[in-house]
Design a protein around this ligand. Structure first.
Ligand code: FRU
Length: 715
């Protein structure tokens, strides 16, 4: 293997290692409520430091503590200055963290006698980019002893018209140099470049170049020394050719580039899906981070699950669309990322449809195209589409964007075919006029969209109709003559009503969806066979120390059932999950008195499904301890508690029916015939495989009880 390492030796900025020398002097950490003696003008800086990310801003990180200067206040349009009191220069260097836009009009400046003697700006001058603050420093040895002030200016109003600054110190320790645009070129012989990652390290802008062109740019926590894990970058399209990785800034002693290896396999591939904290029947990405499910669709005999994927980080960022397929919703094969960040920005959430009538014209040889509808979250933030006729390779439409920015907070298009009016309908989240709203658009061809109506949710702060809408029709209790439309938000709270092809009219609104924790941005599948409404959510299962993080919920089936309060959603585990049953145990119908021997004493299971139907009878509580996760039913309150988290779970005809799935990453509990769904991330201990059942305060009647030990879904 032949490779080159060409660091450009220009030292552009500095990395302060504060060890030796006189004590550092903190000039500002922006942790207080107000700016103290610093003075503002204009509106960009407000009355005090920001606490992290501001509304509509991409995630800001890389600052220290809780506060920082963030002139995105009131958006990019606001301008102003923030000026420090006078201070004496007493050390050789001034070091700080800086981020935001790159411009002469955005700067942290050092002023002496009214002149700007040093100035630094942020890194971003294009849509996309990163809101990470990075270390920078000035050599000010020549000014030691002089009086100076610091001034932060924001005179820019367009895209990236803001600046972020934090933690300004005077220091005598010579900051370590950073190499600018360090490069390494690879003659591609293998499928992957394995990139060393150190969680929490400074994010570096890493560009992949081929044929002199930038293919993609990612912000990566490169490991300068020993990595925590290795992220595979698929370069198989350039086999036999050369590609270059360019890093914007790199510590001069970093071994990150030199450590990159070519490989056809992942690092530790033999361990893949067997890792100690890997969910065994919940989808999670091989490597990196996932959040929302995207583009859920059934196409050519396969369920397709796309997902918000950071291939190069354990945390959120660099949004790609990952891709996995399954024939049964249980066994998933992860294929590789299909939508990469581009000049319009990172690829945020969206949906997929099968264009059976080829309205888009993307079909080929009589094959109906699969069309993805996504958000490109740059500046502006717009909606785009991509298509495929084989469900494997995807092409972004050359006429993108198909929908321009409405406000910066517009995202997550969910598209459906509306048969009565023979058109496409898009529900799009738009933060608009100080409210969460869903904008309804219609289109004949997925390319041209017309605004049809707007449904308002709540003001930001409350979450109704915030992000990731879903919209579908369901029969009540399976009766096709009694159908209702459901409009649902990222937290799965929903409204029920009717829809005429343009406008949604709610009969009931702000209804509660799931009742657990860590379940978000769920999406239902288009075109699922048998008219089923299959639903899958982002399950926020944290897996510290693993080369992957987060997962998806079980595949759920949604239905509507009539209750005394009106029709309500029920959640059930998809029946396909039963194929995972390995050994099954059954307990005869019996009464269970307090203090009796645990009826589940003989069972040891790590992965399990438990189904129980009971009448509380005299019992005050019926309690299950599943591998240390407490699932308690309070008969008087008709309330379920899962790991201490409470949820209303009414008896139905005097009985309670529980279905519980337990994986390494948590439990999902279904009660009250699916009216109560409680997902609960939980890191179970591998050594504890016991299950206990007891009744407290009196005897309960157990009508049926079965426990199934489950197989792993990973082959
Ligand atoms: C919800 C969300 C979406 C956005 C995506 C970005 O979790 O914030 O609104 O499209 O994640 O990853």
């Amino acid at each position: 293997m032949f490779h080159r390492l060409i660091p450009t030796i220009a030292i552009v900025s500095f990395w302060a290692i504060r060890t030796a020398g006189a004590e550092d002097i903190l000039l500002a950490d922006f942790e207080a409520e107000s700016y103290g003696a610093w003075k503002t003008s204009g509106t960009a800086f407000g009355s005090g430091p920001a606490r992290g990310t501001l509304p509509n801003q991409m995630q800001v990180d890389g600052y220290l503590g809780k506060g920082l200067v963030n002139s995105y206040l009131n958006g990019d349009g606001s301008i102003g200055t923030l000026t420090s009191p006078e201070f004496k220069i007493e050390r050789k260097y001034i070091a700080f963290l800086i981020g935001g836009g790159r411009s002469d009009q955005l700067a942290l400046q050092l002023m002496i006698d009214g002149n700007v003697v040093r100035s630094s700006t942020g890194p971003n001058d294009k849509p996309g980019g990163s809101e990470s603050l990075a270390p920078d420093a000035w050599d000010v040895a020549e000014f030691v002893g002089r009086k100076a002030t610091l001034r932060i200016i924001d005179q820019a109003t367009g895209g990236w018209g803001h600046i972020n600054v934090d933690h300004i110190v005077q220091t005598d320790t010579k900051p370590k140099g950073l190499l600018k645009n360090a490069e390494r070129t690879f003659d591609v012989q293998s499928r992957y470049l394995l990139i060393p990652i150190k969680n929490g390290a400074a994010k570096r802008e890493v560009s992949l170049l081929a044929n002199g062109q930038r293919i993609v740019r990612n912000d990566i926590e490169l490991a300068d020394e020993a990595p925590d894990w290795w992220a595979p970058m698929d370069v198989s399209s350039w086999k036999g050719k050369s590609v270059t990785l360019r890093v914007d800034k790199l510590r001069e002693d970093s071994s990150a580039l030199a450590n990159i290896q070519q490989s056809d396999k992942l690092r530790n591939e033999d361990d893949l899906y067997r890792e100690s904290m890997r969910g065994q029947f919940h989808f999670s990405p091989k490597r990196g981070w996932n959040n929302d499910p995207n583009g859920c669709v059934y196409y050519n005999g396969e369920y397709h699950l796309f997902f918000q994927h950071n291939p190069y980080g354990w945390g959120w960022g660099n949004m790609h669309w990952g891709h996995a397929v399954s024939r049964d919703l249980v066994h998933w094969e992860e294929l590789g990322d299909v939508l990469l960040p581009d000049d319009m920005g990172p690829m945020f959430s969206g949906s997929a449809v099968v264009d059976h009538n080829n309205t888009s014209g993307f079909g080929m040889g009589g094959k109906a195209p699969l069309v993805l509808i996504y958000t490109a979250a740059g500046n502006p933030t717009v909606q785009g589409i991509a298509y495929s006729v084989d469900g494997r390779t995807f092409t972004k439409y050359s006429g993108n964007p198909v929908l321009k920015q409405i406000t910066g907070g517009n995202r997550d298009p969910k598209v459906i075919w509306h048969e009565p009016t023979k058109q496409w309908v898009m529900t799009l989240y738009v933060e608009w006029q100080g409210k969460h709203t869903i904008h309804f658009f219609t289109s004949p061809n997925l390319k041209d969209w017309t605004l049809a109506s707007i449904t308002e949710g709540d003001a930001p702060g409350s979450n109704f109709l915030f992000e990731c809408p879903d919209f579908f029709e369901l029969p009540i209790d399976g009766d096709p003559t009694r159908k209702k439309w459901v409009l649902l938000a990222a937290n799965s709270d929903y409204a029920i009503g009717s829809f005429d092809g343009k406008k949604f009219s709610a009969d009931a609104t702000r209804l509660k969806g799931h009742r657990g924790r860590g379940f978000y941005a769920a999406q239902s599948f288009s075109d699922a066979p048998d008219g089923r409404r299959i639903f899958i959510g982002w399950w926020q299962t944290e897996t510290k120390g693993m080369p992957f993080n987060q997962s998806m919920s079980l595949p759920l089936e949604l239905a509507l059932t009539q209750t005394n309060d009106g029709p309500r959603i029920t959640f059930s585990p998809a029946k396909e999950l039963q194929s995972l049953r390995d050994r099954s145990y059954q307990v005869e119908s019996r009464s269970l008195r307090p203090g009796e021997k645990n009826p589940l004493d003989d069972i040891q299971a790590e992965l399990l499904e438990l189904r129980m139907e009971f009448e509380p009878g005299e019992a005050q509580q019926v309690v299950l301890n599943i591998r240390d996760v407490m699932v308690e039913y309070d008969a008087a309150k008709q309330e379920l508690s899962v790991a201490g988290h409470h949820a209303a779970a009414p008896l139905r005809d005097g009985r309670q029916r529980l279905v519980i799935y337990c994986d390494r990453t948590g439990v999902e509990v279904f009660a009250s015939d699916g009216l109560c769904y409680v997902p609960m991330p939980y890191n179970t201990k591998p050594e504890n495989k016991r299950i206990f059942l007891e009744s407290r305060g009196g005897a309960a009647m157990i009508h049926s009880l079965e426990v199934h030990q489950l197989k792993s879904a990973w082959r």
